[in-house]
Design a protein around this ligand. Structure first.
Ligand code: HEM
Length: 511
């Protein structure tokens, strides 16, 4: 039991040599921390012996108090802490901080008990095992630990990332809360949105994003069954890593402009691959590269194991190098011919069919990120005092919040509609009927993120452009939402795709 202390007793400890303060009805002995305090000793001396709740929350995130809880020596007699102290798995009580289906007052036709159990288990897993590493790696730029990969493999988190399918049958997910057979696109969406809560955009990609977008293609298109099974087993058990290597410095979306070549050897048994790839997520630590190449009469996709002639170099982008964004050089790399995905010269369909799931995942994640930015702004504008009043008492701030909330809610509602369609369509039908809507959804999500990041940064002011402290979440969101606007297809390409796909079904109607 923490000690019960009076305000009068606390007031006596009012010097730099003996310094207590009250924060949210709890007493903290900061005597041994004064010299180490990042904000310096002067500010602490100014509030020594006093209630420093407002001063503290104007300058620090609540998580600082959780990290330094050892300094707490008791609670003020007859008083109770008021600030919510979130525990792993908790839902946020801030309005609009969770999608409507997770709020007690609201109902949704899309979610079953199984989805709810999965959400809870995923949140606890992320909070207990991932957030700390994510935030550390985001800062120091090093890659995900094998320990975390092993933990994700053990709980089948890696397998879930590929979406629903046979690879999940017989697997128990997150300690058995969901059977692999019942896993659908809503479970998939929930996982994406819970992972996005790590607030570490570079690490988010560093966390096996390469596998998520390349093993799917191998499973769908590689004809050599034993090779397919072996690679799947190696990657889903976390022993090997892989990435998708399509983009080059010479060409991105226009596959026809790619210059990496794959020439068949005179005996017809191998390809010899030459060329370069750029911005390849996870390339630095990948063992396999699903690589787009020019072949005799077109474009082909080939599974290239790391080996002689493959060289990888780190590229620094505006998010963390934890993503392991890579420049790759293939110099006379010899690969057996049965490592081809689909048909030779017909690789376009392999890449195109793979894009839907990737783009939809990105839309789900960026929507969740946008929501986190809204939550941050609601909390901040509620607690921040300006001109003697909370920031939220300014009508201009409420207008900004109204716009941000509306964008997020509209985005989530559309995402759920598309997800429902995915649950009720074959993979092939999704290619025909959903690639347009998914393209539009992704470009809309990132356009919304653009607006939200802009407003959120202005609400946070200087803190919104500072990488530590109160505005760090908004700062990262503003700096990194563009990755979602570019990776997997730029907004312009996707908007165009959406309209062109729609025109394919245009009847000969007249006004
Ligand atoms: C339990 C008590 C406290 C702890 C553990 C603590 C810890 C910290 C930490 C870790 C930082 C670095 C920035 C961050 O991570 O947010 C910081 C910054 C700061 N702290 Fe504290 N602090 C405490 C109380 C206070 C109080 C009572 C005041 C003022 C009256 C204060 C004033 C500041 C200031 C001015 C900064 C610099 C903020 C900035 O750069 O924007 N701190 N503190």
């Amino acid at each position: 039991m923490p000690a019960s202390l009076t305000r009068a007793e606390t007031a006596k400890h009012n010097t730099e040599e003996d310094l207590w303060v009250i924060i949210d009805h709890k007493v903290y002995d900061l005597t041994d921390f004064v010299d180490a305090h990042p904000g310096g000793s002067v500010v602490l001396a100014q509030v020594a012996g006093q209630d420093a709740t407002d001063a503290f929350y104007n300058l620090h995130r609540h998580e600082v108090l959780q990290q330094y809880s050892d300094f707490c020596i008791g609670t003020v007699e007859g008083e109770k802490p008021e600030v919510v102290d979130p525990q792993p798995g908790d839902l946020s009580q801030v309005p609009y901080a969770e999608p409507l289906w997770l709020r007690n007052q609201f109902k949704s036709p899309f979610y079953s008990d199984s989805h709810r159990k999965m959400q809870k288990a995923a949140r606890i897993f992320v909070e207990e095992h991932m957030i700390k590493e994510a935030q550390t790696k985001e800062k120091d730029g090093t890659y995900i630990s094998q320990e975390l990969i092993d933990k994700m493999a053990e709980q089948n988190v890696l397998a879930m990332r590929l979406g629903p399918g046979k690879h999940l049958h017989g697997r128990k997910i997150l300690g058995g809360v969901v059977d692999g057979k019942e896993f659908d696109y809503f479970h998939d969406m929930i996982l994406c949105q819970e992972l996005a809560r790590m607030n570490s955009r570079g690490f988010q990609d560093g966390n096996m994003a390469g596998m998520t977008i390349s093993l799917t293609a191998v499973r769908q298109w590689l004809k050599n069954e034993s090779l397919k099974d072996r690679v799947t087993q190696e990657v889903l058990s976390g022993k090997k890593k892989m990435s998708l290597a399509i983009t080059e410095a010479f060409a991105g979306s226009d596959v026809a402009g790619l210059r990496t070549t794959a020439e068949v050897t005179p005996d017809g048994k191998h390809y010899i691959i030459n060329g370069t790839k750029k911005w390849i997520t996870n390339g630095m630590f990948s063992d396999y590269f699903v690589t787009g190449c020019k072949t005799k009469k077109g474009f082909s996709v080939i599974l290239v194991p790391r080996g002689e002639g493959v060289e990888t170099k780190l590229i620094k982008t505006s998010y963390s190098t934890a993503a392991a964004t890579t420049y790759i050089e293939f110099n006379n790399v010899k690969v057996p011919r049965d490592h081809l995905l689909g048909e030779e010269d017909k690789g376009f369909i392999v890449i195109m069919s793979n894009f839907n799931h990737e783009r939809w995942m990105m839309a789900a994640m960026v929507c969740r990120w946008s929501r986190t930015a809204v939550e941050e702004c609601l909390k901040w504008s509620h607690q921040r005092m300006v001109f003697g009043k909370p920031l939220i008492s300014q009508p201009v701030i409420r207008q900004k919040l109204a716009k941000m909330i509306s964008l997020v809610e509209a985005n989530q509602a559309w995402l759920e509609q598309v997800t429902y369609q995915m649950n009720h369509m074959s993979y092939a039908d999704q290619g025909t009927h959903l690639s347009g809507p998914i393209g539009l959804l992704k470009q809309y999500s990132t356009r919304c993120a653009h607006e939200i990041a802009d407003e959120a940064t202005n609400i946070f002011g200087g803190r919104g452009i500072t990488q530590s402290g109160m505005g760090k979440v908004v700062e990262m969101f503003h700096r990194t939402y563009k990755f979602d606007a570019i990776l997997g297809g730029t907004e312009e390409i996707l908007a165009d795709l959406g309209v062109r796909q729609a025109m394919k079904f245009m009847p000969k109607a007249r006004l």
